[in-house]
Design a protein around this ligand. Structure first.
Ligand SMILES: O=C(O)[C@@H](CO)OP(=O)(O)O
Length: 247
């Protein structure tokens, strides 16, 4: 039995376009991002990869991308599950800050440590900060699990139970699963799937709006390590652009 898992980062968001650290701030897609969502669905349809169920984060940019892509693939009617564990990495006090300015102020080493090191989180966001999610009703049930900042290691930790209990169960049931999420929550999932080391994951960037298809064996190990982008050339160029943000 092979399982089919499709990972899709949301299309370009308003804050991707403005080059701002986003994290849990619930920004919308741009027109370009909406077009990317629809194009992703068309690519899935053309490839004959038709999701039976979709998992999204609780953030609008992932939810809208899922809707647009499924609409384009004529799969708008499939069941959906949403969970905070698929949210983008909480970017702490960097949420709302300009990436270029942050690079200029703190220098390359600190900037990259906050962006891509495995276990160094940015400073904690103040609860009174305009970009804090404290008090947001969608996170009411989280209690102490509510983050004030996260590094990728924290994202792996909070994403794992959802991967193991929810997504794996749907795959075991024989469903083709679409996960519509975010750059860093998907990096956490890819790290787990491909067994990428804590150091090497720094070099992996996920482009917006490009379906990444994994075929998994019974133990959820990829039979196609690294997965397969349906448009590999465009995906490579878009991933390079993510890597170079702030420059
Ligand atoms: O700002 C963010 O939340 C993420 C994704 O857009 O950025 P980065 O790629 O710098 O981790």
């Amino acid at each position: 039995m092979t399982y089919t898992l499709v990972l899709l980062r949301h299309g370009e968001s308003e804050w991707n376009a403005k080059n701002l650290f986003t994290g849990w701030v619930d920004v919308d897609l741009t027109d370009k991002g909406r077009a990317e969502g629809a194009r992703a669905g068309q690519q899935l349809k053309d490839a004959g990869i038709l999701p039976d169920i979709v998992h999204t984060s609780l953030l609008r940019r992932a939810i809208s991308t899922a809707n647009l892509s499924l609409d384009a693939a004529d799969r708008h009617w499939i069941p959906v599950k949403r969970d905070w564990r698929l949210n983008e990495r909480h970017y702490g006090a960097l949420q709302g800050k300009d990436k270029k300015q942050t690079l200029e102020t703190y220098g390359e080493q600190q900037f990259m440590e906050w962006r891509r090191s495995y276990d160094t989180p940015p400073p904690v966001i103040d609860e009174g900060d305009e970009f804090s999610q404290a008090g947001d009703p969608r996170y009411d049930g989280l209690g102490d699990a509510m983050p004030g900042t996260e590094c990728l290691k924290d994202v792996v930790k909070r994403m794992m139970p959802y991967w193991e209990n929810d997504i794996q169960q749907d795959l075991r049931d024989g469903l083709t699963v679409l996960v519509a999420a975010h750059g860093n929550s998907l990096r956490a999932l890819v790290k787990t799937l491909d067994g990428i080391s804590d150091d090497d994951i720094a070099g992996l960037n996920i482009p917006t709006g490009m379906p990444l298809v994994y075929e998994l064996d019974d133990d959820f190990a990829p039979t196609n390590p690294g997965g397969r982008y349906l448009d590999p050339e465009a995906a490579r160029a878009a991933a390079d652009a993510v890597a170079n943000q702030g420059r």
